[in-house]
Write a protein that binds this ligand. Structure first.
Ligand SMILES: [Zn+2]
Length: 333
């Protein structure tokens, strides 16, 4: 049975609080990525992002506080995390300006919407709702780390399952590159860090912004401090803190994040291993030379055709996909 109260203000749906649909990924972000019309959850793939909606938010919350947060967040991504970051910045830091309160509330809201849509336990988020609704309460009991997504491989990003918007539950924090583990037959979670004392850990990718979010259990202050330090020291993750708005962010992407997405984040030294391993396969050519060579061998037409073939296979019942496919390849018999 559908819930009868708003997941934010708690008012019963009715004339004054009408039930509305809220996107997990805000509409403004979906519009930034019109070609990314495939959304992923662990079990489902959707066309046109239609699947990732929840319908337990009232029109007041949706149109007032939540849409204010969305407009901050979408603008942040559009102006600072949209344009592809060039490979030459791989080992550089890039300065970004971020409002601690607004991004924290926005990210917590996205996490809350996601967890509800997955029917995961998320009562621990309720403590933040008064604050999101600008009533009262403090923003504490969580850690938000930021990093940059950047393609470090010799192939263009569109060769992979391009997912500029995604959420991953409990990503692994690993200290050895997957390539090394594979080559020497080591366990994949070698040197991995397991975070204790947390209700939930999520990785959220929004364009080039990688967010690692930990919700701490009550009474885990000491653990939080310890883990925060471990992550800051060993990973390219930067923790956002109240009162600070300028951050020098670093890339967190390994080649394996391009091929199998963000179920894992590598430590600084593992990223280094990953880079070296990759370069060793290029026979003296640089990553950029190899990528340019690859691009020059494929036309836009080739890209379109291969994309359509994959989509036709993935979404056999989608009419839009069928029409586009038939326009290029002719009617199917
Ligand atoms: Zn409401």
């Amino acid at each position: 049975m559908k819930k009868r109260i708003c997941a934010y203000c708690g008012n019963e749906f009715g004339k004054n609080h009408q039930r509305t649909a809220e996107h997990i990924f805000p509409q403004g972000l979906l519009e930034l990525y019109p070609y990314q019309d495939v959304s992923f959850t662990p079990e489902k793939i959707f066309k046109d992002n239609s699947g990732l909606i929840i319908a337990d938010v009232c029109n007041r919350c949706n149109n007032e506080v939540l849409s204010e947060l969305d407009s901050y967040g979408c603008n942040l991504i559009k102006t600072q995390f949209y344009k592809e970051i060039e490979y030459k910045f791989k080992d550089e830091t890039i300065e970004k300006e971020i409002d601690y309160d607004l991004i924290s509330k926005w990210v917590i809201k996205i996490a809350y919407n996601y967890l509800r849509s997955r029917k995961n336990e998320c009562t621990f988020i309720q403590r933040y709702i008064p604050c999101i609704l600008k009533r009262s309460g403090a923003l504490e009991g969580f850690s938000i780390f930021l990093g940059l997504h950047m393609n470090t491989t010799p192939l263009p990003e569109r060769c992979y399952e391009y997912q500029p918007l995604c959420i991953i539950e409990n990503p692994k924090l690993i200290g050895t590159s997957l390539g090394i583990s594979m080559r020497f037959n080591l366990p994949f979670d070698l040197n991995s860090i397991i975070i204790q004392g947390a209700y939930e850990k999520l990785l959220i990718r929004l364009g080039n912004l990688i967010i690692y979010l930990i919700f701490w259990q009550e009474g885990s202050d000491r653990l939080q401090e310890t883990y925060d330090q471990v992550l800051i020291k060993n990973f390219n993750l930067i923790k956002i803190v109240k009162g600070k708005c300028k951050y020098n962010l670093k890339r967190v992407t390994a080649s394996t994040n391009m091929t199998i997405n963000y179920g894992h984040i590598l430590s600084k030294s593992a990223l280094h291993q990953d880079d070296m391993l990759l370069e060793s396969t290029l026979h003296g050519k640089s990553v950029i030379e190899t990528r340019n060579l690859f691009e020059s061998m494929r036309s836009e037409e080739d890209w379109k055709k291969s994309g359509l073939m994959v989509e036709r296979e993935m979404f056999p019942n989608n009419r839009k996909v069928r029409d586009e496919f038939e326009e290029v390849f002719g009617k199917e018999v």
